[in-house]
Design a binder for this molecule. Structure first.
Ligand code: SF4
Length: 398
């Protein structure tokens, strides 16, 4: 929820005053309720402090939201003991533990407890708290960040005695020298028009929006180039360590790609959609050699899910029939001409449709019509459909 700055300040100030009054009067439950009544999600860029190694680079909204909620809660927690000369840290930690007992699923509080224990040098306890938070929500970039920070701090004496699960082990991996081709090949369009280079849960960073930008503006956007930089340098900072390639040790070695020692990865690529993965990887070698993030080619794998139009409503997907109205269809036509058609000459795998049905949607059908085998002989089409119109008349036609 976005709130104007002035409203936000006023609301927070009132909330802090009420909170403090209740707390001082011993009405702890009321004090907790005061904190819980404020919206924790804001959209302001400031306030990252030293929690992020390089704030200018951080482009993950999910990270920012979790971080901001946690830091906002800290401003309340820091009021505890502020009127006393005694050591305030134990009182603040006690306060957070009570708060978590009251609201056991509240991850802002659990993350803050983990961070404050960490700052107090209580690494094992911090680790236990961070694990609780991560178990409540997997693929949380902020949760991973805290876990990694703590794991790195645990001493060489402590770590061998601990049983780490696969994710925790992968958080400690040094991925320099490894590479992932997805930021160089993939273009996955969501219903909102946002484009991702990988599963949005693993890399929650949009590189652009098809409703607002051209194909090249998106494909070579600052976000897309930063993602490529992160895998070329081996820091993989935007990739969740729960990614199957990372956590299963399946990432490719950069040296194998550069030396074209690629046969050993055929099995891996068999699992992925690409059928020409080895050939595509080879064509990318110049980018890996020169650490180049601006692409003159690609994307090679395109997954379209930006038109929800479908003739059915399956409970797993929606509760009513949904179809693009005229206004949205006009916008989709612009997207087709400005973004999708210019991409066709480079696409090797086109998946239709990640959302909606490719034969029920006029928009998708107009893309299918453009797939001229003579003009695009290397393009392979994968179709995800309910099958109703494969032989029949598509929706909206006579
Ligand atoms: S999350 Fe995994 S598959 Fe996705 S870009 Fe990162 S390394 Fe590649």
């Amino acid at each position: 929820m976005k709130i104007k700055n002035t409203d936000r300040s006023r609301q927070l100030e009132a909330c802090r005053t009420d909170f403090w009054k209740s707390y001082k009067a011993g009405r702890i439950r009321d004090a907790f309720e005061k904190i819980r009544s404020i919206p924790m999600f804001y959209s302001e860029p400031e306030g990252f402090g030293d929690l992020i190694d390089n704030p200018a680079d951080d482009i993950r909204p999910a990270f920012r939201a979790e971080h901001d909620g946690c830091e906002l809660l800290r401003t309340f927690t820091n009021m505890i003991g502020s009127d006393s000369d005694a050591d305030t840290v134990p009182a603040r930690l006690r306060f957070l533990r009570e708060l978590i007992r009251e609201f056991p699923d509240w991850r802002f509080a659990i993350n803050l407890l983990a961070l404050m224990l960490f700052e107090n040098g209580e690494y094992r306890e911090a680790f236990a708290a961070a694990k609780t938070s991560y178990d409540l929500k997997e693929n949380c970039p902020f949760g991973e960040h805290i876990l990694r920070k703590i794991l790195r701090k645990l001493s060489a004496d402590t770590l061998p005695g601990m049983v780490l699960n696969r994710l925790e082990q992968s958080l400690l991996l040094d991925l320099r020298g490894f590479i992932c081709t997805k930021p160089f090949t993939n273009f996955e369009v969501w219903r909102t028009g946002e484009v991702f280079v990988c599963c949005g849960a693993w890399v929650p960073v949009s590189i652009g929006n098809v409703f607002e930008q051209s194909a090249d503006e998106i494909w070579n956007s600052p976000e897309a180039r930063e993602l490529r930089r992160s895998v070329l340098d081996g820091d993989f900072r935007y990739c969740s360590r729960s990614c199957a390639l990372i956590s299963s040790g399946l990432l490719m070695k950069k040296s194998d790609l550069i030396e074209e020692n690629l046969e050993k990865y055929d099995k891996l690529w068999g699992i992925l959609v690409y059928k020409k993965a080895r050939e595509i990887a080879k064509s990318l070698t110049p980018y890996f050699v020169k650490n180049e993030t601006r692409m003159a080619e690609g994307p090679h794998f395109v997954n379209l899910a930006h038109d929800y139009t479908c003739n059915l409503y399956c409970p797993s997907c929606r509760s009513e029939i949904r179809a693009a109205d005229r206004e949205r269809r006009n916008k989709l036509n612009i997207v087709r001409d400005r973004v999708i058609l210019p991409l066709l000459p480079n696409i090797r795998e086109l998946l239709l449709a990640g959302d909606g049905d490719p034969f029920a949607s006029q928009h998708y059908r107009s893309i299918l019509k453009a797939l001229d085998k003579d003009r695009f002989p290397d393009l392979r089409l994968s179709v995800l459909t309910n099958g109703m119109f494969v032989y029949g008349k598509p929706m909206g036609t006579t």
